[in-house]
Write a new protein. Structure first.
Length: 235
């Protein structure tokens, strides 16, 4: 007996008509997201609480971005996503929630000015990538890591133009970066240049300033070795 929670298992005899559901999500997403202007996608744990530092940090960053005229895109749920949507809305900016239907954890937060619902993760992830000119990843779990490494893979393989990727809170991300710098590099699984595809950042003002610079100067036109890509602690 199939379990309706597992979307991929449903791709059987009904594949043909499911294509139209996927198409409908794509069309709705393209139509809504094409109107939001320059945007930044923000990721982080759904489990973060308002009393925690990373929640306050996400709200502050989103507020400052919205003040600069950037739309803020999140996954629409609680935790870091809620904080970012809250900050953007508080600043009077466009606060986008790309909500996903899940059996637990994910409930749409109340701070979205643009709200879209998705059944399929891959359609939702396309919207994060296509309409963002930067990625900000705060402390998070599997979902945040998934978005981070998909973006890095697409940039590394040149399937998309390079845009800045920021890991906020160096104390949280440093062990992962050290593992990448040592284990992955030692096994020749990545190149040394791949470690320059992201920034470790602790200062919200420096982060927002770098994003503003990147948008103004069209940083994706710069060479991969241009030192202006890098800010914050060395990776």
């Amino acid at each position: 007996m199939s379990d309706s929670r597992y979307v991929i298992d449903e791709m059987t005899a009904k594949d043909t008509w499911r294509i139209f559901r996927i198409m409908a999500e794509l069309v709705e997403g393209f139509d809504s997201m094409s109107k939001i202007g320059p945007a930044v996608s923000i990721f982080g744990s759904a489990r973060s609480q308002p009393s925690e530092r990373e929640y306050e940090l996400a709200e502050t960053i989103a507020f400052k971005l919205a003040e600069r005229g950037f739309s803020v895109i999140t996954g629409g749920g609680p935790g870091i996503m809620e904080a970012a949507n809250k900050g953007a809305k508080r600043a009077g900016g466009i606060s986008v929630g790309l909500n996903i239907r899940l059996p637990h954890e994910q409930e749409a937060n109340e701070f979205q000015t643009v709200s879209l619902d998705f059944r399929y993760f891959f359609v939702r992830k396309l919207m994060f990538i296509k309409y963002a000119m930067a990625y900000i990843v705060l402390p998070g779990g599997y979902g945040s890591l998934d978005e981070l490494f998909e973006a890095l893979t697409l940039i590394q393989t040149k399937r998309i133009k390079r845009f800045p990727v920021y890991l906020v809170d160096s104390s949280y991300w440093r062990p992962l970066v050290d593992w990448m710098s040592k284990t992955l590099l030692d096994h020749n699984a990545i190149a040394a240049s791949d470690l320059k595809l992201f920034n470790l950042v602790d200062d919200p003002d420096k982060l927002v300033e770098h994003i503003s610079w990147c948008e103004k100067e069209r940083c994706y036109l710069f060479s991969e070795d241009d030192p202006r890509w890098l800010i914050g602690p060395k990776t």
